[in-house]
Write a protein that binds this ligand. Structure first.
Ligand SMILES: Cc1cc2nc3c(=O)[nH]c(=O)nc-3n(C[C@H](O)[C@H](O)[C@H](O)COP(=O)(O)OP(=O)(O)OC[C@H]3O[C@@H](n4cnc5c(N)ncnc54)[C@H](O)[C@@H]3O)c2cc1C
Length: 500
């Protein structure tokens, strides 16, 4: 049988584009189909008043030479012509927990020292914490890009350990327990569920080194798209896949909203697994597999404000600021729509002029989809005055909260732009606008883990719902997905050899 393409990729999020670029680089004829007018998924940026806002990439870790993301970005040419700003060594994240501020420095030695400064009586607990986190990381060889190690995701005992229970077992000091949990917002942590391996990999990712991309995050997707095209591939936007045609346990073709039908030898879905299942007709895939994908629980959605600030009013800070009103940082577990907002993550865009004042900042926090569900079936441009009012009211509350720590903020605002869970649903297609896709559960590690292989022999998954979310997690998932074609160990060897 002749195919139009070697590989068709559904969705142009980071995972889809990395797979596309890697396959095209290895001589495969690739087509990427994207439903939005802009490719990139969470890497999309938008421009207002001449300023660019990144939607789903505010900081990156592991980007020092020799660290995993540096190797991957070097291999994909993502270090060329894109500038990255290293956050302050002494503090890349400030956590204000119930009125007490804690700074996280870059590097595990500095982190240890800082924690002992804050909690001088807790040296043993802090050392035990760091030792155990490193044991978890060392077991996940693929995440370290070890060329000769175990290059599959290793579902081990650390997937079965609950992060919060583990932290509580180390110390009875309530404040230290919260500080060690403080980064959980960046994995949508849930106290009763989040496994230790997610906590360990994410904390290691940022504590190892933390960077901001200078300018818009879409520079990454633009580079990957140019590589796909340069190597003979194609990326078509405004081209939602609306149907996956299957027979004999194989995908035969995909159909787009424009009525086009494309055939390929292999198909990779960068679309959320349950959304992917909705594209396959009844009987087209094993019912038990479909049900398993549909039952996945997802991480909470988000509410975000991107602000343009007046000139020379609001200091640029080379770190993020995380605020927790109460003394419990597990905000997704304590979410309460009545008392909302009780948390925000403030991030800064690096000033274009390299000056000391910020021109653009963002405030980001969780929001449950149910709060906006009543507008979900309306066209995004016709959601009406009450939706606008809802957004404005929430934005004012969030700005009010941030102004308590930054009193100069209100006066500094020129304009702002709001995203709600509906924005994430519209732009990412993840169920209920989930921020980081599926939620991992220590009680059901295998059930909450998604393998790249599906029950159709030539359909594979990639993206944040597999191994881990975030730029590192998605990059590693792309390598594992492409490993089905070229061998994960071979790819890891290439990536290690290629680092400049
Ligand atoms: C608000 C927010 C802030 C974040 N901040 C950070 C951060 O600071 N650092 C970090 O590392 N990570 C961050 N993340 C997470 C990170 O952005 C994601 O984990 C990652 O980009 C997801 O990539 P993905 O490949 O899974 O695809 P996604 O970004 O989920 O993209 C999926 C793509 O598939 C497309 N699609 C869906 N349905 C169809 C269809 N039927 N046909 C065709 N195309 C379809 C979508 O339009 C989209 O383009 C953030 C996420 C969010 C939401």
């Amino acid at each position: 049988m002749s195919y139009q393409y070697d590989s068709i990729i559904l969705g142009s999020g980071l995972g889809g584009l990395l797979c596309g670029a890697l396959m095209a680089k290895h001589g495969m004829k690739v087509l990427v189909l994207e439903k939005n007018y802009q490719y990139g998924g969470s890497l999309q940026s938008y421009n207002r008043k001449g300023y660019n806002f990144s939607t789903g990439l505010h900081y990156l870790g592991g980007l020092d030479k020799g660290q995993p993301l540096h190797k991957i970005f070097s291999y994909f040419g993502l270090l060329d012509d894109i500038a990255y700003q290293r956050l302050d060594d002494a503090c890349f994240d400030v956590f204000n927990i119930g009125g007490y501020e804690y700074e996280f420095p870059i590097g595990w030695d500095s982190f240890r020292k800082k924690m002992i400064d804050y909690f001088p009586d807790e040296e043993v607990a802090i050392d035990n914490y760091i030792e155990e986190i490193h044991k978890v990381i060392d077991l996940q060889e693929v995440n370290l890009l070890h060329a000769n190690g175990n290059n599959e995701i290793n579902i081990n005992e650390y997937h079965k350990i609950n992060t919060w229970e583990f932290i509580q077992s180390l110390t009875t000091n309530k404040k230290l327990q919260q500080v060690l949990s403080a980064l959980n917002f960046v994995y949508g942590g849930v106290k009763s569920k989040s496994p230790l391996y997610v906590h360990a990999l994410i904390n290691n990712h940022y504590i190892s080194s933390a960077y901001r991309i200078v300018g818009r995050s879409s520079q990454i997707s633009e580079k990957l798209v140019s590589q796909i095209i340069a190597n003979g591939g194609k990326v078509i936007t405004n081209s939602a896949v609306i149907g996956i045609d299957t027979a004999d346990d194989l995908v035969k073709s995909v159909k787009t909203i424009n009525g086009d039908v494309f055939t390929a030898k292999n198909f990779i879905s960068n679309v959320h697994p349950s959304t992917t299942m909705s594209l396959i007709p009844d009987g087209g895939i094993k019912k038990s597999f479909r049900n398993r994908m549909n039952r996945k629980e997802n991480t909470l959605s988000a509410f975000a404000i991107n602000l343009v600030l007046k000139d020379n009013c609001f200091k640029y800070r080379n770190h993020n600021y995380n605020y927790y009103k109460g003394d419990d940082v597990w905000y997704a577990s304590n979410y309460n729509s009545v008392t909302w907002p009780e948390h925000y993550f403030m991030h800064y865009s690096v000033p274009h002029d390299g000056g000391k004042y910020a021109k653009c900042i963002g405030l980001l926090t969780h929001m449950e989809f149910e709060e906006v569900a009543k507008w979900k079936d309306l066209d995004s441009k016709k959601r009406g005055a009450d939706y606008k009012e809802f957004k404005e009211d929430k934005a004012k509350k969030l700005i009010e909260l941030a102004s308590k720590q930054f009193p100069e903020l209100k006066e500094s605002i020129d304009s702002y732009y709001i995203s709600t869970p509906l924005t994430y649903l519209d732009y990412l297609g993840s169920p209920k606008g989930s921020m980081y896709g599926t939620l991992r559960d220590h009680k059901n590690p295998l059930g909450s883990y998604i393998h790249t292989k599906t029950k159709l022999d030539n359909l594979f998954f990639t993206g944040q719902n597999l191994n881990l979310h975030g730029v590192l997690g998605v990059s590693l998932s792309a390598i594992i997905t492409c490993g089905e074609f070229f061998g994960t160990a071979n790819l890891i060897k290439e990536i290690n050899l290629d680092e400049t």
